[in-house]
Design a protein around this ligand. Sequence first.
Ligand SMILES: [Zn+2]
Length: 512
Amino acid sequence: MVDGKLLTEKLLKYAKKFLHLNERDETYMRNILLREFGEDYPASDVGDLSYIEELSVPDILVEEIETLGLERGKCEEGLTNLYSTYIMGILSPLPSKVNEDFIKIKETEGIEAACKYFYDLSIMNNYVQKTAIGRNLKWEYQDGSKYLEITVNLSKPEKSNKDIAKLLSMPKADKKYPACLLCKENEGFKGTATHPARENIRTISLKMGGEDWFVQYSPYAYYNEHMIAINTEHTPMKIQRSTMAKLMDFVDFFPNYMIGSNASLPIVGGSILNHEHFQGGEHLMPMHKAPVKEYFTCAKYPQIKVGIVDWYNSVIRLESEDRDAIKTFAGDIIETWETYTDEKCFIYAETDGVPHNSLSPVCRREGNKYIVDMILRNNITTEEYPEGVYHAHPEYHNIKKEGIGLIEAMGLFILPGRLKTQLLMIAEILCEKTEYNEVELSNPENYLYAHKDMIKSLVEEGLSKDLADAENRVTNRVNETCKNILFNTAVYKPDENGAQGFKRFLSTLGVK
Ligand SMILES: [Zn+2]
C-alpha cells in the first residue's frame, strides 16, 4: 500500500527542487495533495527524503501516484496515466508563471537558459517522458559525405488488450474537445481514453507573422529539444508567402533553434494538416549538415546565395543576412512552385483541378545570417503508384509506409516499433537460427509477411556466419531502404534530366 502522507511529502520535496514550487506555497500545496490522496493530516515523521533531490526523471514518483490512484479508486486500470498527469499538473507552475519566468530568464540570461528552464520543466513534470524515449533504438548511417539518422520508435506505448476493451466500451463524446491534439485547449485538459491528458503541458506565447502562436515541446522528442510551434487558431496548414514571416519571427525569437513546416498537401504533408503548426528544435538534421553542391546567383537579389543542396531529395538553399530579401525571395519560390509544371520531369502542378505541388520551408540562423532550405514536394499519384509517385515505393513499405513528412525529408527516419522484433527475427533466419521457409512467409498471417521479398533477396545473397553478421546485413538493408525512400521523394532525380530540370525551375526565378 502506498502511504499517501509520505507520498505528499516526497512530491513537495520534488516540486520545490524541480518544479519551482515556492516555499510560500508549500503548506497550501500540502493540503491540496492530502485532500487529493484522501488523507486528513500530514505525516509526522518522513525520514530521509534527500534522494528525491537527486532524481533525474519523475518515474518512481509517477509510479507511486498511479499505484495509490488504483488502490484508492482514483483511477481505473489502463487509464492510470490520466491520474498521474493530473497530479503532476497540480504540482507544476501555472501557465502564466511559466511564461513570466521564461521571458525573465530570456532577458537576463539569454534564450539558451530560458529554453533549458522550459525543457527541464517539461521533463521533470513528466510531460516529455525521457525514460520511455530513451528506449528507442537509434543509429546513424554514414553514406559517403552524407548521413541519415534512424530511430525505431518504441516509446509510443502499445495498447494492451485490456486497454482496447476499455476503449471500445467507452461512450463516444458528443463534442470533440479539444478539436485536435495541437489546439491550445489542450493546456490543462483532463484527457480521455483516446486523447492524452495534458494537465502538465505548458506552452509559451509569442507573435509570429503578426499572429498569436505558442510553442511547446513535443512529448515524442524525436530529437533534442524537439519543439512545436502552433497557431492559436485551429486553422489548416497552408504554405504560402506569409509562412516565411512566421518562420523568421520564430528564429529571431529562438536563434538557437531551427524551424520548418510540413508541406500542406496529403501524402507529403505529415499527419496533422488541419491545424497550422511547425516543427523545430535544437537538433540540426542531416540535411542541414549537407553542403551545397552548386551555387547560383539571383539577378534580383544579388545579396542572396542560392544553392542546390547535395541531398537525396530536391532542396534549394538560400543564405543571406538580409532578412527582407530572403523572406521575399522564399515567398517567390513558394508561389512559383505552386503553379509550376515540367512534363520532362513528371512534375504537374495540378491534374483535374487537384493541386500537387507544395514545399517544406526550413529556417535557421547562423549569427546574423539566415539560412532557408526549401524542400520541393509533389503528391501526384498514378496507376502504377496509387500512393504517390514521390512517396516511398511499395517495395519499401515493409520498412516505412506512412507519409514521408518534414522530419524524414530532412534525414531523420522514425520507424515503427514492430521492426525491433522483426529485424531480429530476420537476422535469425539469415544465420540459420531459424529455418527459412518461403511458403510460410507467403502467408499473410505470418508476422514477417511484409518482409518476405526483402528476406528472399537477403537469403539469395547468401547466409551469415553468425548473428552479429546477420544483424549487420539487415541494418544495412534498412539503411539502404531509407536512402532509397528519400530518392523516391525527390522531384528532381539525381541524373542529367533531373539536374537540367532543377536548373530550369531556378531559371524561372531569375537564378543562373
Ligand atoms: Zn487544433
